[in-house]
Design a protein around this ligand. Sequence first.
Ligand code: NAD
Length: 290
Amino acid sequence: MKIAFIGLGNMGGGMAANLVKAGHDVNAFDLSEDALAAAKSNGCATFTDAGEAVHGVDGVVTMLPNGAIVKSVYTDSVIGRAPEGAVLLDCSTIDVATARETIAAAEAAGYAMVDAPVSGGIAAANGGTLTFMVGGSETAFDRAKPVLEAMGKAVIHAGDAGAGQTAKICNNMLLAITMIGTSEAMKMAEKLGLDPQKFYEISSQSTGYNWPLNDYTPLPGVGKESPADRDYQGGFATALMLKDLRLAMDAAETADAAVPLGSRAASLYEDFAGAGNGGLDFSAIIKTYR
Ligand code: NAD
């Protein structure tokens, strides 16, 4: 297929390179010259105008920072510029309402479109092992699936338009809550004189087991290797977790959903990021318990 890829940052750069490796022709567009140069070295054709990049393509993939940018890129440069009938895939993490609006506008103009946010960070984007949670019609999902399979290890149809974003923000709200709960329990065990390694051994095989404890332990030297063992460098940045928690809180308000733990997690991450820790892995929140 001939695919336009818009937004070649930390995530999009590797994803576009994997589309090239899978045999697709990729037209790359980004506002950053450095990102375009990297895309060129990975085998993409580069463009300085998004509308030209989508000319004559079979599909468009976007991986952009937020909903306002996604909306403007689709409104100004994709809808009405890409050939009618092209499949459109927005892989950015954005608010549910903008995802739904953008898909409705694309469908009204004759396109098939999905929201397809990802689980997995930069390493998974580079390695082609992302998990995609996809919202959209059956037809749009079927057309998007082969494109997504070239960039990921799992492609799951979550439901109608916006369902991918809903799955993503609910998952990450749960992740924040379990990370904070794990941090709190580990530090309390330590303060009560229990060796954290023993706590890990016991709780990871008991009813307290959960992903941050078992696979991403926030204390250095305990459990499997994780960002804690690298001074909280790499991994999933606190600033990105905060972005997802803010989206979750907005969505909860819109849906009138009760999220007492989610809102507490959001405010703890708000304080932690505000204290200059936005670049650290989100497991570094355990430092606030020291
Ligand atoms: P990034 O800032 O590294 O990349 C975004 C890219 O979009 C940049 O290269 C920027 O120049 C480009 N861009 C911005 N406005 C543009 C426009 N109008 N037209 C064309 N290009 C434009 O961000 P990222 O880390 O790659 O994240 C991208 C998306 O993926 C975000 O929605 C993020 O929440 C989501 N995400 C990121 C991670 C991660 O670990 N980094 C994990 C999961 C999901």
